[in-house]
Ligand binder design. Sequence first.
Ligand code: UDP
Length: 261
Amino acid sequence: MNRMGGMTTDLKLIDEKGLRLDGRRPDEMRPLKIEAGVLKRADGSAYVEWGLNKVMAAVYGPRECHPRHMQNPERALVQCHYNMASFSVDDRKRPGPDRRSHEISKIISEALTHVVFTEYFPRTSIDVYIEVLQANAGTRCAGLTAASVALADAGVPMRDLVASCAAGKVADTVVLDLGKEEDNFGQADIPVGFVPRTNEIVLLQMDGDLTPDEFDRGLHMAVNACKKVYEVQRDALKRRYAARAVDEDVPAPAEEKQEVA
Ligand code: UDP
């Protein structure tokens, strides 16, 4: 039996060969695809497919912050609005905000605030909308990953992108990027948000129980996965930039300049 959050199952989350329900090795991430600039009316946007998760992020701003009493005269507010569509999960989700969506909106806002140069835009709000169209565990990581690509697509100045991935513990094994059954019936889940350029962790949560050694191994696994997520984010932005350059008939950015002797 496996349990997290009190749920139990007879499912064999790790088989005799050490493989998981969907055939992944413990340190294997689900397939990840990112496309930047998918929405015409947003200032920036990104679409992420991560395993069975499908998440859209749209950015508006920096724009005047309303209501005015929320304005900060010294910096911009990064305000994330995470929403899970009612059709995104098996049991229809009641539409509208709930405690979980408030929590996820808050932690993603905080993670993004660490990388945005908020001091450049006093009194403004940078609004980030995350819409989960299909959910299969790990939507906060997919949402944060999509949101930082959407911010870059909007041209918001940032220290770096935030890349995100979770690790956890399933059937006494430390694993990367938990799927739905692993999230429901596993023993622990640690979502991580990482800034590769500065080596900072800007999101870290833990649900369940881990020994200090398991926690270290899980965190290490998640940070390494974030570095891979980062490459996919950058590729999406490069493709977007190249497509825009063709549309606007401007030269694409030069590849790294070779030193000429
Ligand atoms: N979930 C659900 N209904 C809900 C909330 C969550 O079916 O009202 C599912 C959904 O697949 C989600 C997963 O439970 O991805 C795990 O949710 P959690 O709160 O751990 O956040 P996430 O892993 O998505 O960041």
